[in-house]
Design a protein around this ligand. Structure first.
Ligand code: GLC
Length: 812
């Protein structure tokens, strides 16, 4: 069953059957003001932090679903009938009204055709102003003159998620609203800058045209579905010091047959004066600044996407990689997994492993953000070499203002307690940072970054803004040394609180995943060290030792063991009854370069045999059914969900990459296709979730809802899909001094093209596959000149800045 389609010409996903089974979300705002909204305009807006500064309220996990939101009501003043431009909250019958939601890149368009009126509400945030624009267009298709009232409505929050959800005695009487000069102003008196405003292009001070009190607008015993003000056709001019506040503005319009009108509502950060400034900018006659801001936003994304555009025989891959997968990966870096309808904003900060991986995926399209994330992570590293599992970057930055204080909020613990000990360390966290740094340097050529100095978390003194400071290269050494030190009896890294798998809690037991990751990080580190002319012999020896322990202790004759419990029991061995084969150990054995070719082939064959399903690869098989605390929380999750044998999306691309390393392009594509959301666009009765987004997991065959996808957007699977598909399957990989082309594709592909911008030059790459092979490059010409080709693919030297280069690669 289908609910919409991908519109390539506009780079939108168009929902043309609006009653989708679950929330289909999108994000607006890419800097400080951001919002997450669903297909019916439900959602919330926040400024910098959804935990400390949420602007509009959201009642998560509630019924009716996804309320409140940023709504535009339209009322026919002749009949009293009313509706919203988004299907909900009024929810007109779909027999009588037609709704469309267009999810675009950082904007959403809600369209509605009802009773002869076509309407559209576009939500977006200009790149450089903290204001959300509601650009509303109404057209009279009814053939008769219409008198309409249009209401913009939104409910404000008390900013801090805790005081917005508990102990209202501290917020309810210290927040006030007022209306003056056509601008509603919210004042959270307990904060220095607790102001927001709501205004429109044409407002007046008539009491019937505004409400600042939610309960006055909605009315008693009512909801957003039937607000009293809309039913009545006028607001009541409410405002008060104390209470729950809303922005509600009424506009009265008359439309001749065929006529169209445009209205702008502005919801912004700042006080009434800020609102006035934004109103004079965006609401000047003709609204040309709105159009310019929308265009600038479009160009912002266009420029990012154009860093890498592909044209392959696979339509789904083209659409996903050219638009949605990069978009999703970028959103993850920007929002760092803390704002969605699942992660509702109460747990902000940076997760060490997630952020390290997110930063690795977009150095070409967002080098500034990648770099700033890397720096934040370097400062969140302890001098012992482990990362703080969850931390706020502000802890390690010069304090410019006092932390937010409210009597109801748990006080921020002193720094000594924020820096957790090794008992809370996750064994993998900091290892991810090393390849991220190296990939950033390969992409940008910013070799100097390795020599920049940053402090360690446990040595940082916020009073003096000082601490022990070492180079990035030294930070990397401490990470590698930590993993070399923290090993168990088999010489394999300890699992500690968790490895990549949050639910595998091995403590002093050992984790194959971490040892393989250690190997991978070492390979990256040594390559960088050599390029920088450093002595890395100690780490080369470490690499060899890790590889030897892995092959010796983890190869179990059939595949790679997942680890050992603290009492020495094997996990993921042929003898295991449950959790016999695991994705992490087998894919990483190959991807890390630690496995021999033959063992790699056998390991990935086991992945195919035990873990493949038509919706992607399961994380392990068979599912655990008996609680076993030596293994971890995974044994206490229902079978087929999350880490317990669900199709956990994030590791799926590891398998595509591993297959590409082994040269099996058809297998890599089989795995790619299984997970690909695009391929499930017509299976929404099964998938339920958005077909334009990877989800954290898809229920596995052990579960009654096999195939149902959960937790869209905020997942590392986006970045990893992008990384694995572009760098391993299509094989376009930046190295320190060359752009490598080393594809591994389905043998039947005759050719494909890639336009890649790298270090300020354009590479128009055409890959021909006359011999119908999956891997191997026999010839490569750059602007007609042959370049080096070998086992590792073609190596295109860095071309001069500003140049446009034609590259032909012949596989064989
Ligand atoms: C979630 C976590 C991530 C973890 C994964 C597997 O996605 O955010 O850190 O690696 O689950 O447990």
């Amino acid at each position: 069953m289908k609910y919409g389609y991908f519109d390539q010409s506009t780079r939108e996903y168009v929902i043309d059957r609006i009653d989708v089974p679950v929330s289909w979300t999108n994000y607006i705002g890419v800097k400080e003001l951001c919002g997450v909204f669903n297909h019916t305009a439900g959602g919330y807006l926040f400024y910098k932090s959804p935990e400390y500064h949420r602007i509009t309220r959201f009642r998560p996990n509630g019924i009716p679903m996804d309320r409140p939101g940023h709504y535009v009501y339209v009322r026919d003043d002749d009949t009293g009938d009313y509706w919203t431009l988004s299907w909900q909250p009024v929810g007109k019958s779909l027999d009588k009204a037609k709704y469309v939601c267009r999810h675009g890149l950082s904007y959403i368009k809600y369209q509605c055709e009802y009773s002869g009126i076509w309407g559209q509400q576009t939500l977006f945030i200009p790149l450089d102003d903290p204001v959300e624009i509601w650009d509303v267009v109404l057209r009279n298709n009814s053939g008769k003159r219409r008198r309409l009232s249009v209401f913009g409505y939104t409910e404000f929050s008390f900013h801090h998620i805790q005081i917005d959800n508990q102990n209202f005695q501290m917020s309810l009487y210290a927040s006030g609203s007022s209306y003056k000069d056509g601008i509603m102003e919210l004042d959270l008196f307990y904060e220095d800058n607790g102001f927001q405003y709501f205004t429109a292009d044409n407002t007046n001070d008539d009491a019937s045209d505004f409400d600042c009190l939610r309960d006055a607008f909605i009315g008693q015993y009512r909801t957003e579905t039937n607000p009293e003000a809309v039913e009545r056709g006028s607001c009541s001019g409410s405002f008060e010091l104390g209470g729950n506040h809303c922005g509600a503005l009424r506009r009265v319009i008359e439309l001749e047959p065929g006529a169209e009108t445009r209205l702008i509502f502005l919801l912004g950060e700042g006080n009434r004066d800020a609102g006035k400034k934004m109103r004079s900018k965006y609401c000047a006659p003709g609204f040309s600044e709105v159009d310019t801001a929308f265009k600038t936003l479009g160009n912002f994304w266009k420029e990012k996407l154009e860093k890498l555009q592909i044209n392959t025989p696979h339509d789904g891959m083209n659409v996903m990689l050219n638009i949605w997968t990069l978009y999703q990966a970028e959103i993850n870096v920007i929002f760092s997994r803390f704002a969605s309808f699942i992660e509702v904003g109460g747990r902000t900060g940076l997760g060490y492993r997630d952020t390290s991986q997110d930063a690795m995926m977009v150095p070409h399209s967002n080098p500034e953000k990648s770099r700033s994330r890397l720096v934040e992570l370097l400062k969140g590293l302890t001098s012992d070499g482990y990362g703080l599992h969850l931390f706020s970057p502000e802890w390690f930055e010069k304090q410019t203002k006092a932390a937010f204080k409210s009597p109801t909020v748990v006080p921020l613990p002193p720094m000594s307690q924020r820096v957790h000990g090794i008992s809370d360390a996750c064994a993998d966290d900091a290892l991810w940072l090393i390849p991220s740094i190296v990939e950033y340097i390969r992409e940008t050529g910013d070799f100097g970054f390795a020599e920049e100095k940053f402090t360690y978390a446990d040595t940082y003194n916020p009073e003096t803004n000082e601490g022990m400071s070492e180079t990035v290269f030294d930070h990397m050494k401490r990470i590698l040394d930590f993993s070399a030190r923290e090993i168990g009896p088999h010489g394999i890294c300890k699992g500690l609180r968790a490895d990549w798998n949050d639910c595998l809690n091995l403590g002093g037991g050992e984790s194959a995943m971490v040892s393989f990751l250690h190997h991978w990080a070492l390979v990256h580190f040594c390559a960088l060290g050599k390029r920088l002319g450093k002595d890395v012999s100690k780490y080369e020896e470490m690499t060899a030792k890790v590889r030897e322990s892995c092959e010796h202790e983890l190869w179990n004759g059939s595949w790679y063991t997942r680890g050992f419990t603290a009492s020495g029991r094997g996990i993921g061995t042929p003898a295991s009854k449950e959790g016999k084969v695991h994705m992490e150990s087998n894919t990483w054995a190959v991807l890390s370069g630690a496995a021999s070719h033959d063992h790699g082939i056998a390991a990935m064959d086991a992945v195919d045999q035990y873990l493949y399903t038509p919706y992607g690869l399961k994380l392990c098989d068979p599912a655990f059914s008996e609680p076993d605390d030596e293994v971890g929380f995974v044994t206490r999750v229902y079978k087929g969900l999350k880490e317990n044998a669900a199709i956990f999306s994030h590791p799926n691309p590891w398998a595509w990459a591993a297959e590409a390393v082994l040269g099996r392009g058809n297998r890599a594509m089989k795995f790619y296709d299984a997970l690909c959301p695009y391929n499930q666009n017509d299976k929404i009765e099964v998938r339920k979730a958005e077909p334009y987004m990877y989800c954290q997991f898809v229920a596995g065959p052990d579960h009654s809802a096999f195939g149902r996808a959960h937790h869209p957007f905020m997942t590392g699977s986006a970045g990893w899909s992008y990384f694995a598909a572009t760098r391993f399957m299509l094989g376009i990989r930046p190295d320190f001094d060359s752009l490598v082309v080393d594809p591994c594709i389905p043998a039947e592909w005759p050719s494909f093209t890639v336009r890649r911008v790298w270090r300020n030059a354009v590479y128009n790459i055409t890959v021909e596959n006359p011999g119908k092979v999956s891997k191997g490059v026999k010839e490569c010409k750059v602007n007609g000149q042959s370049v080096k080709c070998g086992k590792a693919g073609a190596e295109i030297p860095v071309q001069s800045k500003g140049s446009e280069n034609q590259v032909t690669v012949i596989m064989g």
